[in-house]
Design a protein around this ligand. Structure first.
Ligand code: AP5
Length: 218
């Protein structure tokens, strides 16, 4: 199964992608995680990307398209994948469409997660991640603990540099102006599944799985 998880910053794409990746046994491809790893490794990509990410702007299309072309050509994607954070511009959507034609992919699901802006700000200012296993948490669920509940690492929680409120607002404005039109681009070509992501994490997963099952049966 091939899935594009779409939605604004902080809507829960990474959280749902990790769960679905395990349930469906297909790789989770997060362009944000790929860039953050490049920053940690201090590669030339990472050094260029850090400043852009910290400002809440987008990394240039040609860089991102190259990353995705390489990644989707990997044999582990033959049975399917979950794209999280790509495409984010019309140019990226067009490049992905072209790549799907080259790879003879004509069936994929675009799942759009939707939440209001106040909730997004709450979620992102409270987000913590584990730098060892990359799992994502809400600060209130791990408050007072220094041990990651997923991998057991100690003192591994961090708050992303782009999760400051001013940068979050910039990312939300980039989403509205540049990324949201991608939904209309695909709505012409593919069935879009819209999900109310204001529900609990488990309920959102259950709704996604139910909608995917209904669509696969019909
Ligand atoms: P990226 O890492 O992709 O960030 P994003 O799209 O802004 O999304 P987030 O990771 O912030 O949020 P999410 O939707 O995954 O939410 P999460 O599950 O963590 O990109 C970062 C930067 O990299 C970009 O700004 C850009 O510079 C660059 N970049 C990346 N891709 C690019 C591209 N294609 N082109 C150009 N540049 C690119 O959840 C958030 C919080 O909410 C967590 O604390 C979580 O526990 C909590 N939560 C999740 N679901 C729920 C729920 N149902 N109820 C309550 N809390 C919940």
């Amino acid at each position: 199964m091939r899935i594009i998880l779409f939605g604004s910053p902080g809507v829960g794409k990474g959280t749902q992608a990790k769960i679905l990746s395990t349930q469906l046994s297909i790789p989770h491809i997060s362009t944000g995680d790929i860039l953050r790893e490049a920053v940690i490794q201090q590669t030339s990509l990472g050094m260029k990307a850090k400043e852009i990410m910290d400002a809440g702007e987008l990394v240039p299309d040609e860089v991102m398209v190259g990353i995705i072309k390489d990644r989707l050509s990997n044999p582990d994607c033959h049975k399917g994948f979950i794209l999280d954070g790509f495409p984010r511009t019309i140019k990226q959507a067009e490049a992905l469409n072209k790549l799907f034609i080259e790879l003879r992919i004509n069936d994929f699901f675009l799942i759009s997660l939707e939440v209001n802006e106040d909730e997004i700000i709450r979620r992102l200012t409270n987000r913590r991640a584990c730098k060892v296993c990359n799992n994502i948490f809400n600060y209130h669920d791990i408050e007072g603990s220094d041990t990651c509940p997923s991998c057991g690492s100690v003192n591994s929680f961090y708050h992303r540099d782009d999760d400051r409120e001013d940068v979050i607002r910039k990312r939300l404005s980039v989403f509205q102006s540049t990324t949201k039109p991608v939904l209309e681009y695909f709505a012409d070509k593919q069935y879009v599944i819209r999900i109310d992501a204001l529900e609990t994490i488990d309920n959102v997963t259950a709704t996604i799985v139910k909608r995917l099952t209904e669509l696969k049966v019909n």
